[in-house]
Design a protein. Structure first.
Length: 289
């Protein structure tokens, strides 16, 4: 099956497929097995998981079952808030690799800027230097977190995975990332399926002109901003549609029209105000269900 993908290069030269596949909230065993096997069949090779998602082992199993070599895949996972600190991070990384039955990760991220993330980063720098991680980065970091991390690190973060969609375009943070050669990766690139966004008249008009779906137009908007996207779907039809975004381009006017949809509206939590709350772990467990 024809599957076009493009790669963007991290500052160290490692190529990251610009279109990936997110597995957040796909936790039912049969649904997960079907979704991942179908995604691999369609042609997805970049998969994004995390310890807190509870499906690292299942993802590793499906990758093994594919019969494809390990190097054919780009696998990302993340260190969770309760595993911050030097020793705890090393242990968490080893547990993730064991669950997934791999010797290395293509990318490992700090999931949130929870307390002690500087010690966590020191462990990740060592794992990177040992060749156990190809790309190290963060997720849900705001500018102040990035500035602090860069001030106290030997290796600057290579990527930041953050909530990004047309109504929350992350303009200032996006510009900061570009300025510091940190890649921008969007989670929830389709606004987590928000119907208001997916039925927006302007997006529908642009989609009709290109004979594409609104979701395809949104994903294309991300790509043309240089952003890595990891849309999630359990539907084979939508998986295939999400992959068909490299055969058209948006005009500068269309890009600007989509940019105008930015109203600074998060569909999820604010990581800055949330992470400093004394009961953030308890609340996060509820949020992640």
């Amino acid at each position: 099956m024809n599957f076009e993908n493009r790669a963007v290069k991290a500052i160290n030269g490692v190529e990251i497929p610009q279109l990936g596949f997110g597995v957040y909230k796909i936790t039912k065993a049969r649904e997960f097995e079907t979704a991942i096997s179908e995604a691999i069949r369609i042609g997805y090779r970049h998969f994004d998981t995390a310890k807190i998602y509870g499906n690292e082992e299942a993802l590793g199993r499906e990758i093994q079952k594919s019969g494809l070599p390990r190097e054919a895949f780009f696998i990302t996972s993340k260190v969770w808030n309760t595993d911050h600190g030097y020793e705890a991070t090393k242990k968490a990384f080893e547990q993730t690799c064991k669950k997934m039955n791999v010797d290395y990760l293509d990318m490992y991220l700090i999931h949130f800027a929870a307390p002690h993330y500087l010690e966590t980063w020191r462990a990740m720098e060592e794992l990177y230097s040992e060749g156990k991680i190809k790309v190290i980065g963060v997720a849900n970091f705001e500018i102040q977190h990035l500035e602090r991390l860069m001030k106290h690190s030997k290796i600057p973060p290579m990527i930041n995975q953050i909530e990004t969609h047309p109504e929350f375009a992350q303009i200032d943070l996006h510009n900061f990332l570009n300025e510091h050669q940190i890649l921008h990766e969007a989670w929830g690139p389709l606004g987590q399926g928000n119907k208001v966004l997916l039925e927006h008249p302007e997006l529908k008009r642009i989609a009709a002109y290109h004979h594409k779906t609104v979701a395809q137009v949104i994903l294309r908007w991300h790509l043309e901003r240089g952003i890595i996207v990891i849309p999630k779907s359990s539907s084979p039809k939508r998986m295939k549609e999400n992959s068909q975004i490299f055969d058209f381009e948006l005009t500068s006017d269309e890009m600007e029209q989509i940019n105008q949809l930015n109203i600074g509206k998060r569909y999820s939590i604010n990581p800055t105000g949330y992470i400093i709350h004394p009961i953030y772990n308890k609340l996060m467990k509820i949020f992640m269900k």
